[in-house]
Structures are given as C-alpha cells and as structure tokens.
Design a binder for this molecule. Sequence first.
Ligand code: BG6
Length: 487
Amino acid sequence: MQTDSSFTFVLFGGTGDLSMRKILPALFEAHRAGGMLADSGKIVAVARHIADRAAYIDWVNEHVKPHVSKNGVDETAWASFLDRIEFVKIDLGKPEDFTLLRDALSGRPGIRVFYLATGPSLFVPICHALASVGLNENSRIVLEKPLGYDLKSSNAINDAVGEIFAEEQIYRIDHYLGKEPVQNLLALRFGNVLFEPLWRREWVESIQITIAEELGVEARGDFYDNTGALRDMVQNHLLQLLSIVAMEPPHSMDSDSVRDEKLRVLRALKPIDPRDIGKVAVRGQYHAGVIRGSAVPAYATEPGVKQDSTTETFVAVKVEIENWRWAGVPFFLRTGKRLADRVAEIVVNFRAVPHSALGASALRGGANRLVIRLQPNETIRLYCLAKQPGEGMNLASVHLDLAFDRFFREGQMEAYQRLLLDVINGRLALFVRRDEQEAAWRWVEPILNEWAASNKPPKPYAAGTWGPAAASAMLAQHGTCWLEEEN
Ligand code: BG6
C-alpha cells in the first residue's frame, strides 16, 4: 500500500497507556514496513507533564520501545521513526494553550488527524479548543471508546463534537473491527458461495460469540469499576462482531454500505423486557482463584476498586434478531476477565440433518459447526462428520482447517495499525457511525438500568474458570452448551 498523502498525526494523551501500548507501536510498525506512511508525515504528541521534545523522546524510548516488534527492534527504523515525532506541551484544561498547537501546525501540508487517547470527559473541551483556533478544518478526529456512559451521555458528546466536526470527519474507533480475522469474516461470508445459503435460520441453530480474557483489570481498576463489562465490551466489541456475523450482504465495501447493513442488524435486535433480564443476561464478578498455576486476587481487592463493588467483570447474554434471516436463532454473547483462557471466537452451530440413514450420531445437534477463532492463533475451522475407518458405519467429527499463519506468513497487521492507516487515508468503513452507536446503547440500556436498580450482587465466579454456572444454565435451556463444555 503506497501513499504519498502527507499528514500530521496529533496525539492527545501522548503519555497515556494506550499511546504507549498500542498507538505509537502501531505507527512504528507502519513506518517500519515502508511505503505505508508518507515520508513527510509527522506525529505531534501532546502532553502536559513532559517538559520538551527531548524529554518526550526519552519517554518514548523507555516506555514505547518495549512494546514494539516482538522479534526485536530494527534500530535504523526506530531512529528514523523518532525523527517523525514532535512535541507540544499543552495543558488540556487551558484552551489558550491551543494557540501553541495552532502555531506548531501552521503551514503543514496534508490532512490533520487528532487522536483523542484521553478520557471521554475531555473529548468536548478538546474539540471546542481546536475549533477556537480554527483547527477543525481539513482534519479528522478519532474518538476512543468508551464514548459516554449511556445513551444520554453518548448523545451529549456526539452532539457537541458534531457541532464542530462533520460526521465524515469523525472516526469512532472499535479496535475489534480492525482485527485481521474480523476482516476475514467478511471475506468468508461475501467472497464464497458456500456459506451464504446456509447462513440463516433454516440451517443455523445458534451462534456463540465469546471474548474471554485471562487478564484482570490491571492498572485500570478505577476506570473499570465505573464501567463494567457490559459497557466495556458488550456495547461495542461484541455487538459489532454480532452485526458483522448477522448482516445482509452489502452492495459494496464502501463505508456506508457496510455500516448501513450493520445498523439494520443493531436496529433489529429484540428489545429486552426488563422483567426477563434474569433469564437472558448473567452478570458475574471474579473472586480469588488460580490462572495457569498462579494465584490471582479477587476483583474487589484490586487497586482502585471499591470493596463492596457490584461492577460486573463477566456478562453472558442471549440476543435475538427480529428479521426473516434470524428470527428464533439465539445469539449468545459472552465476555469476562480472569477466565480460564484468552480466546475470542465465533461459533456457528448448524442444525442436525433432518433424517439420518447413518444412525443417531449424525442426528446429534450441531454435527456441522463453523468456528472462527479471532485470537490467539487465528483459524477458521469447519467441523463435519466422517466415517471412521474400518468395519461398520461409525461416524466421527473431523475438521477442515484454515490456519492463517500457515497460509499467509507475511503481511499480518495489528488492528491499530490498520485502523490508523485508514484514518490517515480517509477510509471510514471500519469505524462506528453515530447511528450504530446509538442503536447499541439503546439495546444495552434496559440491562444497565435493571442492574443498577437491582440490589442483587453479581454472581461470583472463581478466577480461572469460565464464569458463573448460570451462564451454562442459560444455554442448557436451549439444549446447547458453550464450545468448551462439549464432550
Ligand atoms: C478494550 C477493553 O476495549 O478491549 C479492555 O477496554 C479489554 O478491557 C480489551 O481488555 C481487549 O482487547 P483485545 O484486543 O486484547 O482482545
């Protein structure tokens, strides 16, 4: 991907965790790969606590370098990457400081990208301050999640940002949309004739989407305790994945065709009746446990977390889509911290054959299953029944595998790298449009409200397990189970 379009990438929150772990390493990878970033493109970091550029470069060397290139840093590329970095010291609480930024950006060629890697409470003040010095023209703005706390606060931010930037200038990032296997899901569904005829209620019995993490809340206890898994993962990543799995074929891959189809899914989600929440949603919180042989503490004892916290670190929820393609097919979404494994996958369970001349095993529900493993070890696996060798007709489950790292050894791109290049090059398809975000908030809100009003605490689960037993019971009611519970 060659580019000659110049840019200035302004990074607010230049010393934050996200800049350190994701954004700067992704920009470095794009730089190292060569040809992806215009030579004249610059990164302007903005921070308050750092004295000057030299001090910022020291910080980057100390904190960012350990997060780049797992296989060792290419020192020549690193040195030339540092040459791209400039620094402006700004106190975001002082709008008058933005004249420094205006002066630093004046006369530069190309598009300006403002990346707001800050808390959402700063989004609106930053936008106002940018507008006050005329920097909202010829620019794009990237907003990190969480965008708001609920529908109302998210609307308030979107309204305020929308007064300053047009929707086509706003890039709401959901890094799951930048993951290679998520892109591949589109290729699988819309580049092959094989799956499309089966991708519907007549042939699909249920779908599971899991994002399980072994990590706990790390250093983010404070943030997480005010957020919880429903806002942190379900409202965005999981509903976005669901909309890609369930959407109709778009007419093209341009940004609005894809986003229009995703929106149709989000709008077709069956609203949850608050009286049913106990039946269709499970919330859990981890207690102390053991993960890969190491003892880990309970959520309520993590730094920054209230001792009597009722914040959920686990959610499982049953979703239904009210349209002809999916009516009656349950989608089970699940996410949690401190679970037994780190895995993100989509499991499509197909129906059993209507009649089997081959014996009962061919009739067992879900003989055919498609498992799309997003991480780790990206694979797509199709399970089928085959005859076991030897006498008689005994069937066994076998699978066809597409392991991406074996087929495509080169060119895998991290989600942030792809998304940042998309912003710089003005490609909106993988960013969340305002109406999608609103539809997602609207759907989760009854659950948020019910949990906030309820005096029942989340269900406990031991760290290192798959969450509360109630999550398994919910699937059992539909005659199915989570993938890891098979056999
Ligand atoms: C982030 C959440 O959006 O996604 C984190 O805020 C979570 O809590 C992370 O850990 C998971 O992303 P990934 O790419 O590591 O699966």
